[in-house]
Design a protein around this ligand. Sequence first.
Ligand code: ADE
Length: 468
Amino acid sequence: MVFHVLTLFPEMIRNGCDNSILKRAMANGLIEVHPVDIRQFTQDRHGKVDDYPYGGGAGMLMQAQPVFDAWRSLQDAEGVKKPVRTVYVTPQGKPFTQSLAQELSEEEELILLCGHYEGIDERVLEEVVTDRVSIGDYVLTGGELPAMVMIDAVSRLIPGVLNNEESAETESFDNDLLEYPQYSRPEEWHGRRVPEELLSGDHKRIRNWRLERAKERTREFRPDLYEKYAARQEIAEILLGHKKENAYMIDNLQRGVAEILYTAGDQVIASNPGAGVIELCCDSTEAGRELLAHLPEDWHLILHNFEPLNEILTKEYGMEVHASCYQSVYTQRVSLPVAHKDIRRFPMEALPYAVENYENGDENYLRQRIQKGELFAAYVDGEIAGFAGMHDDGSLGILYVDPKFRRLKLGSSLASYLVNKALERGGIPYAHIRENNIASLKMQEKMGLYTGAKKVFWLCRGKSGQMK
Ligand code: ADE
């Protein structure tokens, strides 16, 4: 990923990024950081880039011309794809959060614009800026430190930047909870012992202990986050009454990847922005209409579990039913045995193999799955013999086994492997299986998954987004 930083202080950016993990990531070609000196673009003979604000007031403003020309030099440069997302770092922006860092990490190029003095002439901001982002409710002397904060937070989400991929997965702000306390050797220090649960070797006990401490901390230090977390868990708890029918919503709420938009008892509408999908759970037309009245502005993909809604959505909302699926759900908490041992993260070099063999092999979607570490390969004698992965809503799927290897039970091994991954993340393992795919449904049932009594429906409007 390439960061271009428009700044009056390029050295500050250069020095700030030339250490530790960012330095290594640059050396390994995973990120590039290019400071662009705005002063180089001024048309003023004395190198001036600022002037007094019209209407009076304290301080100076950066003028439009040098900022615009510096920005345009990037747009015109070879190799920069246009248009590039341009983020103005400013205390007047939306808050920089972990989910925004995640979203930005999916860009190939990013321009960060750093202000100085009292800010920048609004007219150039209107022309070039796509996002205004603040790193917190305080005012710094310039945008360079916030730009570096963003580069750091975004870079560590890029695959390969951190040595241990795991460490980017479980961390503070996962599911709106702060991270639990951590301990290393020795077992006793200054008379303080490491909590007994962490020494027990019992994974379930350890998981529970960590969750409880994370909840305690969040309640104490970030009651705002805790409220969001608790609201989701409360609804998920209600929906558990019909676990097999509501699995997708319960899973997404429990894992914190969906935000509730509206609820009335167990009738819920939520948004999963990572998957670009609006999810509904309801069991009457009246409730369905009530939920649809709370649709956000921009949506194109809906997932729901109440068949009569299809008529409303197609006739009144211009949607098309893209898939009618059975929902196959693993209702227990114990992991499944995985017969085939050699299952690993799918390597990016093998993307063409996945595109060729997966029936809905959309290259961009598969590339994104691989990048996020959501696709897994089963190897036989060092060769990829099949693969399976999580879709962006969290459902299990993308299953393929090479016909040469069909006797080795790779399909069920890959599926069990995914079930265990979903359990580790604290959600419910579920799969959406097209109604005519009886073979797949049978395999899931044999593995111990249950099929919900109600089908689920994927509907799209306009651009189709994720399509299974
Ligand atoms: N520039 C000055 N203060 C800032 C802040 N808090 N966030 C982003 N940019 C800034």
